[in-house]
Design a protein around this ligand. Structure first.
Ligand code: NAP
Length: 285
């Protein structure tokens, strides 16, 4: 009789807690040595309730880690030019070490123009073209936070992407594309799937590492997971449901992230960590 062994869970909550503790230690040391606490500027356009909650959550987590935050609340009617000006001012302000523009910013704003107004050395959310390039080439710079968190989870669980077939489902600028580039920089053979992919199941069946970054509840089914594959579910859909059908995938994977408690907590941890790193570089420590 063959017996299936359920996958080991990749605990993002525990790893994120350790990263935040370490970040808080580094922030305190930096503040002691320079007399200046790391500072993250958060910029919010409009009052979308979900965005307000996200920004508040990030500010609270900053405070607990010894990072000060400066909040800039802009009216929903703010134009691209006004937003760009604000971001350039923050980029030039020596009292600000990291900048987070909460997005989406609203359809009337050119989001790319706004992102590009963030100085790369303060781009702790990893949204600029410059950050994408340094990340892709494996050079020093800041990574997009969720992809960066995913790679940290792989490291933590001893998964070396080199030589493995990685299938990334989703190609958004903040998640799918950058996570694929990070895996490529780690020598994985990367395939991107998206809404125009003809046979998603066939692609997923080939994968040693699957990253689901779609926003479609339970799109990836256990029957398509190669036995022993590593499954990273970045999806977060209403009702705490991921993009992977967890109950069937857990029976075939060797490692799998739960939703919630897998990828989610890693995003803010990476943001805080990169803010302290940015402050250290700017303060010359
Ligand atoms: P997005 O911008 O909407 O991108 C979704 C991607 O999925 C697109 O590339 C799209 O293809 C692709 N896609 C859509 N339907 C598909 C299908 N049936 N088969 C294959 N691919 C399909 O979403 P996102 O911002 O990347 O977010 C994706 C998920 O991750 C969401 O659930 C979001 O909540 C979650 N997320 C979590 C975190 C976190 O901190 N944990 C952070 C960010 C996002 P096209 O490019 O062809 O349209």
């Amino acid at each position: 009789m063959t017996q299936t062994q359920a996958a080991r869970l990749m605990d993002g909550t525990a790893l994120a807690r350790r990263i935040v503790e370490d970040t808080a230690r580094r922030a305190a040391e930096l503040t002691d040595r320079t007399g200046t606490a790391p500072c993250l500027a958060t910029v919010l356009v409009g009052e979308d309730p979900a965005s307000v909650t996200y920004v508040r959550m990030k500010q609270n987590r900053c405070r607990k880690a010894g990072i000060t935050s400066r909040h800039v609340a802009l009216a929903a009617t703010t134009t691209t030019d006004e937003l760009v000006r604000t971001l350039r001012e923050l980029s030039a302000d020596p009292g600000v070490h990291g900048i987070l523009l909460q997005h989406p910013v609203g359809d009337h704003i050119d989001e790319r123009a706004a992102f590009e107004a963030i100085a790369p050395e303060k781009d702790v959310d990893g949204v600029t073209f410059a950050s994408f390039a340094t990340m892709s080439f494996g050079l020093p710079g800041f990574v997009s936070c969720t992809p960066g968190g995913i790679v940290r989870l792989l490291d933590e669980y001893g998964v070396d992407p080199a030589g493995k077939r990685a299938v990334v489902v989703g190609r958004s600028a903040i998640l799918g594309k950058p996570v694929g580039m990070l895996l490529l920089a780690r020598d994985a053979t990367v395939t991107y799937c998206h809404s125009r992919t003809r046979d998603l199941s066939a692609a997923v069946r080939e994968a040693d590492i699957v990253v689901a970054a779609v926003g479609r509840p339970r799109l990836i089914r256990g029957q398509d997971i190669k036995p022993g594959a590593v499954v990273i579910d970045a999806g977060y859909n209403p009702g705490n449901v991921g993009d992977v059908d967890f109950d069937s995938a857990v029976e075939r994977a060797s490692l799998i992230t739960p939703v919630p408690g897998g990828v989610g907590p890693m995003t803010i941890a990476t943001l805080l960590e990169q803010t302290v790193t940015a402050a250290g570089r700017q303060l010359g420590v």
